[in-house]
Write a protein that binds this ligand. Structure first.
Ligand SMILES: [Zn+2]
Length: 262
């Protein structure tokens, strides 16, 4: 396959022979692209961009510049008639600016063939992952699909950490919801229900022994749970409406303190 090569700039250009090149800008750059630019193509394009920007920064004029990459995909994208990627457009803009006063050749070489510069670039790429990231994420444009996935992951993470921080929510959420539904329907592991279904034979409250252990008794009346009720609902005996009006977190915190969900 014919390797892609792109010429830019005001003057006709010839690929320079190795050895005839001036090593300028004679600098090595390693950039950490952060957590989101996992795409190799993006990394290749960003590398070409960084190269062009470095030469713009050094105000290069009337130079014959050869940029060598082992990424055919990157060079093809830069040579395409239409550009569909912000990263590629930014790179193209930098190259166009550099080409205003210089002649640029983009040249492809096969990777991992022992080319000194290519080997060095691979080494610097690995080093890039180790240097600290400077500035906010993302470091370069993301594909819509990637951005959507990142947002989704972030929201899920926030959601989980929020649930973990709500007091009284050490048990799994499913277990907590089962308890709430059970208390409303009466189908929860309280003595009255367990006796009704034949698992136990004494419906009385395990804590006070004064009345049957029902949702109403536990939530509103059991004297053995008066302290927990007072600290969560503000009274030692409460009406059912005070339970239904209270935030779910309060009810769950009270239940946790009763030890019933253990
Ligand atoms: Zn009781």
């Amino acid at each position: 396959m014919e390797p892609p090569g792109i010429q830019m700039g005001p003057k006709p250009n010839k690929v320079l022979e190795r050895g005839a090149t001036n090593r300028d800008p004679d600098c090595e750059i390693s950039i950490n692209l952060g957590n989101y630019a996992t795409n190799v193509f993006q990394a290749e394009i960003t590398a070409i961009s960084a190269c062009a920007q470095e030469m713009i920064r050094k105000s290069y004029t009337n130079k014959r510049i050869q940029i060598i990459s082992d990424s055919q995909a990157a060079l093809k994208a830069l040579g395409a008639v239409e550009i569909h990627s912000r990263v590629v457009k930014d790179c193209m803009d930098s190259l166009t600016k550099l080409a205003e006063h210089n002649s640029i050749t983009l040249k492809w070489i096969r990777g991992r063939q022992g080319h000194v510069g290519n080997e060095r670039a691979d080494f610097l790429a690995k080093k890039g992952a180790e240097v600290p990231l400077i500035g906010p994420e993302p470091t370069c444009g993301l594909a819509y699909r990637t951005a959507r996935r990142v947002m989704k992951d972030l929201l899920r993470e926030k959601h989980i950490s929020h649930w973990a921080k709500v007091p009284g929510l050490r048990h799994s959420r499913i277990n907590q919801l089962r308890w709430i539904v059970g208390l409303i329907t009466g189908h929860c592991p309280l003595m009255r229900h367990l006796t009704t279904i034949g698992v136990k034979n004494d419906p009385d409250c395990r804590r006070c022994g004064e009345e049957e252990e029902t949702s109403l008794h536990i939530l509103c009346e059991c004297p053995a749970l008066a302290a927990a009720r007072y600290s969560n609902f503000g009274a030692i005996i409460i009406e059912p409406k005070e339970v239904t009006d209270a935030p779910l977190e309060t009810v769950l915190k009270f239940l946790k303190e009763t030890g019933l969900m253990e």
